[in-house]
Design a protein around this ligand. Structure first.
Ligand code: EPZ
Length: 416
C-alpha cells in the first residue's frame, strides 16, 4: 500500500463484520449439519481460508453476494491438511467443530500472525476433560473420543479465546452438561454462543467467566448477521485521530468499544455514541494517553495496541505500553522508528515519546494489526510511505485501502 500522508480523514463508514466472530462461526456451521447463512461476513484472506477448509471436509460453502452460505449435511472428512491448518490461527477451531461432529479429528498446528509462541495446550487439556484422547505423530494431532464426548466441569487457568470456543463447540454435542469456569469474556464468544443458540443449542452465561452448556441432539438452519468488528472500528478511529480528522462509524456497536473509548478521550478526541453509531472529532494535536496495559476482555485489547501506539507516537507527551497477552507483539516498533517515531522497548514494555510529525518510509507489515498500524502512521506522515507484505493486513481488514480512500486518504495498492 502506497500512502501520501497529511490528508485529514473525514466522512462516514459502516464497519465490517468481525473477523474474530465470523471465523469460529464458520467452524461452528460444521456442528449443525444444517444450512447456515452468514450475513455481513467480512471478505478476507482468513474467511476465504475458512471456506476452503469447509469445502475440504465436504461442506458446500460459497459467497453469495456479501453473504456466505454453508451446507454441512454431507461432511465426510475429519482430517484437515497441514497446508490449510497453516493458513491461519482459527483453523484450530475446526478441531472442536469436527470432533463435535465425528468424535474424531486430525489436524496439525495452526498458523496465523507471528506474534509469539501461541501454544494450544489449554485447548487440549480442556478437550481431554470432555473425554478426548490426543495423540501427536509426525506433526499431526489425532484426537478421538472413544466413548463419545462427555459433558464435564472444565476450568481454564487463563481465559483463552480459542480454547473457550473449542470447548463450547464440543460441549454442545457432548453427553451431559458442561460447566466452564474461567471462560474468555470477549464479545466474539457471545457471538459464537448466539449463533449456536440460534441453531438450537442451549448455552448460558457467554460473556461471563462461567458458561453452562446443555447439549442438544438436533440443530436447525439459521440466517445470522455477524456483529460489527470492534477492533476495526477502533482502527478507523485511530486513523481519523492521527490525521486530526472527524469520522462517523455507522452500526458500530459502541458498547463493545468501552475498553478503548477512554483512551480516545484521554488523547483529546471527542467521542459521541448515538444508538449504534460513533462519532469522533480529533484535536489538531493528540495528547498522550494513560498507561496502556493489554488484558483479556473487558481490558484493553491487544489487537488495538499497535494502532494506539501510533496515536501515542504523534501525541504531545510520553506514552507507556505493557503488552501482557502475546510475547512478541511489538514488531511494528522498528518500522515506526524508521518513520521517525521515538520508542524504546524493554521486554514487554514500550515507552513512546511523542513527536510532532512522522515521515514517510518503506516499511514492512509483520502481522495483521501491526500492519494496519503502519498504514495508519503513513496517513499522518509527511511524504510517501510504502507498506509491504500487506497480505497480513488482508487477513482481517476488508477493503482497507478503499475505505481509507473513501475518507479522503491518498492511498492505493500496487504490486510488490
Ligand atoms: C484470539 O486469539 C484472536 N484471534 C486474537 O486476534 C486476539 O489477539 C486474542 O484472541 C486475544 O484477544 C481470533 O479470534 C482468531 P488466546 P487466540 O487463546 O484465541 C496463550 C487478530 O489480530 N495461550 O486468548 O489465539 C497464548 O499464547 C488476532 O485478530 C496458551 O498459552 O488467543 C496467548 O499468549 C491476533 N495456551 C494468550 O494465551 C493455549 O492453549 C491468549 O491467547 C491458548 C492460548
Amino acid at each position: 500500500m502506497v500512502i501520501h500522508g497529511g490528508t485529514r480523514l473525514e466522512g462516514e463508514l459502516r464497519v465490517q463484520g468481525a473477523k474474530n466472530s465470523a471465523l469460529p462461526i464458520l467452524a461452528a456451521t460444521v456442528v449443525t449439519g444444517e444450512t447456515s447463512v452468514l450475513k455481513r461476513c467480512p471478505r478476507l484472506r482468513d474467511t476465504d481460508a475458512a471456506i476452503r477448509i469447509l469445502r475440504h471436509i465436504g461442506c458446500e460453502a460459497a459467497w453469495v453476494g456479501r453473504d456466505v452460505i454453508v451446507r454441512s449435511g454431507d461432511v465426510r472428512q475429519w482430517s484437515v491438511e497441514e497446508s490449510m491448518m497453516r493458513e491461519m490461527r482459527s483453523s484450530i477451531i475446526f478441531l472442536g467443530a469436527i470432533l463435535a461432529r465425528f468424535g474424531r479429528a486430525e489436524v496439525s498446528a495452526p498458523g496465523g500472525c507471528d506474534i509469539g509462541m501461541r501454544p494450544i495446550d489449554l485447548h487440549l487439556s480442556a478437550l481431554r476433560d470432555l473425554g478426548v484422547q490426543t495423540q501427536e505423530c509426525s506433526g499431526r494431532l489425532l484426537c478421538t473420543a472413544p466413548q463419545g464426548l462427555r459433558g464435564a466441569t472444565v476450568t481454564l487457568p487463563f481465559p483463552s479465546v480459542g480454547a473457550t470456543e473449542n470447548i463450547l463447540l464440543c460441549a454442545v454435542c457432548a453427553k451431559g452438561e458442561t460447566t466452564l469456569y474461567g471462560a474468555a469474556r470477549e464479545p466474539e464468544i457471545v457471538d459464537l454462543a448466539a449463533f449456536l443458540n440460534g441453531c438450537g443449542a442451549d448455552i448460558r452465561g457467554a460473556g461471563t467467566d462461567t458458561v453452562r452448556v446443555v447439549p442438544q441432539e438436533t440443530f436447525r438452519s439459521l440466517e445470522y448477521t455477524v456483529r460489527p468488528d470492534r477492533i476495526m472500528a477502533a482502527t478507523y478511529m485511530a486513523a481519523a485521530a492521527v490525521t486530526g480528522g472527524t469520522l462517523v462509524l455507522r452500526d458500530a456497536a459502541p458498547e463493545r468499544l468501552l475498553p478503548v473509548l477512554p483512551y480516545f478521550a484521554q488523547t483529546g478526541c471527542v467521542v459521541q455514541c448515538v444508538g449504534e453509531d460513533i462519532a469522533l472529532h480529533a484535536p489538531m494535536r493528540l495528547r498522550s494517553g494513560k498507561l496502556v496495559r493489554t488484558m483479556p476482555y473487558p481490558g484493553f485489547p491487544t489487537d488495538f495496541q499497535a494502532s494506539a501506539m501510533v496515536m501515542a507516537c504523534l501525541s504531545s507527551g510520553t506514552g507507556v505500553f505493557v503488552e501482557t497477552i502475546f510475547e512478541n507483539r511489538y514488531k511494528h516498533v522498528p518500522e515506526l522508528v524508521r518513520m521517525g517515531a521515538q520508542i524504546t522497548v524493554q521486554n514487554n514494555v514500550a515507552v513512546v515519546e511523542g513527536v510532532p510529525q512522522l515521515h514517510g518510509a518503506k516499511v514492512r507489515a509483520a502481522d495483521l494489526r501491526g500492519g494496519a498500524a503502519l498504514v495508519t502512521a503513513g496517513l499522518a506522515a509527511r511524504g510517501e510511505t510504502v507498506v509491504s507484505c500487506v497480505r497480513h493486513i488482508d487477513r482481517g481488514c476488508e477493503n482497507f485501502a478503499d475505505n481509507l480512500a473513501h475518507l479522503g486518504a491518498n492511498i492505493h495498492r500496487t504490486e510488490e
